[in-house]
Design a binder for this molecule. Sequence first.
Ligand code: ZN
Length: 743
Amino acid sequence: MQRILIGLLVLSPLVGFTQGEWNQKFEQLGTSLPTANSYRNASGAPGKDYWQQRADYVIDAELNDENQSLTGKETITYFNNSPDQLSYLWLQLDQNMRSKSSDTPLIVENEMTKAMSGRDIQKIVQEYDFDGGFKISKVTDANGKPLKYMINKTMMRVDLPSPLQSGEQISLNVDWSYNIQDRMPLGGRSGYEFFPKDGNYLYTIAQWFPRMAVYDDMEGWQHKQFLGRGEFALEFGNYKVKLTVPADFVVASTGELQNPNQVLTKAQLTKLEEAKQSFDKPVIIVSEEEARKAEQKRASAKKTWEYHASNVRDFAFAASRKFIWDAQAVQLETKTPLAMSYYPKEGNPLWEKESTKAVANTLKTYSRHTVEYPYPVAISVHSASIGMEYPMICFNFGRPNEDGSYTDAVKWGMIGVIIHEVGHNFFPMIINSDERQWSWMDEGLDTFVQSLTEKEHYPAKPLKRGEARLIVDYMKGDKEGIRPIMTNSEQILQFGENAYAKPAAALSILRETIMGPELFDYAFKTYSERWAFKRPSPADFFRTMEDASAVDLDWFWKGWFYTTDHVDLSLSKVKWFKMEIPENEIENKAKKSKKANISSGEKNQNLMDFAQEAETFYMTETVPSAVSKRFNEFMNKTDDQGIMKANADRNFYELTFENKGGLVMPIILQWTYEDGSVEREYIPAEIWKKNENVVTKVFAKFKKVTNIVIDPEKETADVAIQNNVFPRIENNSRFDQFQNGGE
Ligand SMILES: [Zn+2]
């Protein structure tokens, strides 16, 4: 109570309306979010009428190793769970990104330079040379009757003879083929790698069949064209897939193998069973020796591998006669999925040591922070130069030198990408966000949990993303090159920083600094549980994080996700006061004090040091208010003498903070006292609620302060730390001496 009274006395002359320009930095998100409805409610959860479509697939496909092509036929059964009737269906033809009619090469900006490498030239001419894209040979209804269809680049509209009513389902058949591209020169999320030394191919196959486009309550048909960057929007469904390959190939796939007896040897079957009981280390199912032998021959016979998968949003596979295969069981809370890796000898010795272990570690940490991993297998496939994710299976880089040696950078890079891509099983394969719109919803959330996984299982690994300090250089960069996180995937600049690093750093700041791990983890898990096997929007995430924590985060989403502002808080003024103790009784001082201008602070203007002595202020008699009767009743009980006595030794520090970067943030203060002791204070971001530019606040301390630092542990991504320190120091490196750890 005493402190409030003194506070009133000192602050009253300072409180005014000098707030500068108002840019709504600290505001409710309000109209920026869509209006809640019965499909998705205002707490960020699926609403009572939530619905989503379903698409089941039966696919029969053959991989041709002679000419690197794929031929397939599928039956799609589409369930219209929407309240709407649909007179046509949209299918995604992702391979058409490589067709002659593709927009992708047309919209790439490029220019000639005086000296161009073969690769530079290839990038310009390759699009003219490769015969890519789906060749659709048949689209019929369940009875084989042709359906009318129209192909618009990467989307195909199938016109229905009569509208598909709400609650109805329809089956259609599509036959197709396409040439698989050499991923090394042409790039891409799937394709093949050719190994000239042994003449073999390693296929990583995805976006390989016509897939249903999404129809939902937010977009209607989500058929924004696939241009290459913005990833995928997909429906859940069940898959039955038969993959015919040369008989000496090993196939790794989404789903569970249905016919192991037909495609594996007795010894391999035994090893696979052994792996299901091995929780501490992988069991080799196909050894390097076997793979080396297989490389030398070419089977003329074929084998068909059958895989089934339930409740997945996509299906991918990899195939090669070069594959080594290992597997181990992972003990989760209630489930024991198999972690598996497939890699050519070129991946060893690194892959047999680290890959499956990294898969297992990922499943454990992510299952704790999100939902328990629901699928029977999780696979990491060695794939030069890319990292790409699909349900239960992902393709990852990390290749040692030819003699088997490798640097730490290669090892950590490989472990990092495996954790990241396996982590994508959770975002977006299970928590099924729309990647075509929002890259951050899967990349950012995944990168954040990736950083938690790395810290837990690989403390020696240098963290690349997921901490405040790692985003500073990007945040303070030229704003011309920065877009808000809430930007469509195709329009993002500095993709890795925007979609991965910044949201991961923002979530880390939320967890470690603003909410604390207990509130954050509960809310983050709630979001994951609410939206597992459903389709969340950005608003569902923002709302759930608040809903489950009782922390108003609108200002945080606004600053970090909707703007390109950065954090730069400055400690701009420090004034030191002490109470002057009157020789006579308090009443006599009242008149005198009215003339005293205690806020001039002349002795305190120097930012390089504290004043030699404190400014003084007088305490006045608490006089009755002319306007408030209630105040007077209360004030009559005020013990002025007691207050003076209690605070005579106090130092009053009036601090002025400026928000120079635009992002409002909590003010974390570290006080160092004359006796060497240190105290931390946390001022919530709400301090900026009425003035987003500059705030002034008084702190009363018995001890004399020698040093004040804002954000001593560098946990808020403040881009200019020189102005965080009082007294100012000329040499920046000295800032470190005011920190306790913090890296
Ligand atoms: Zn990713």
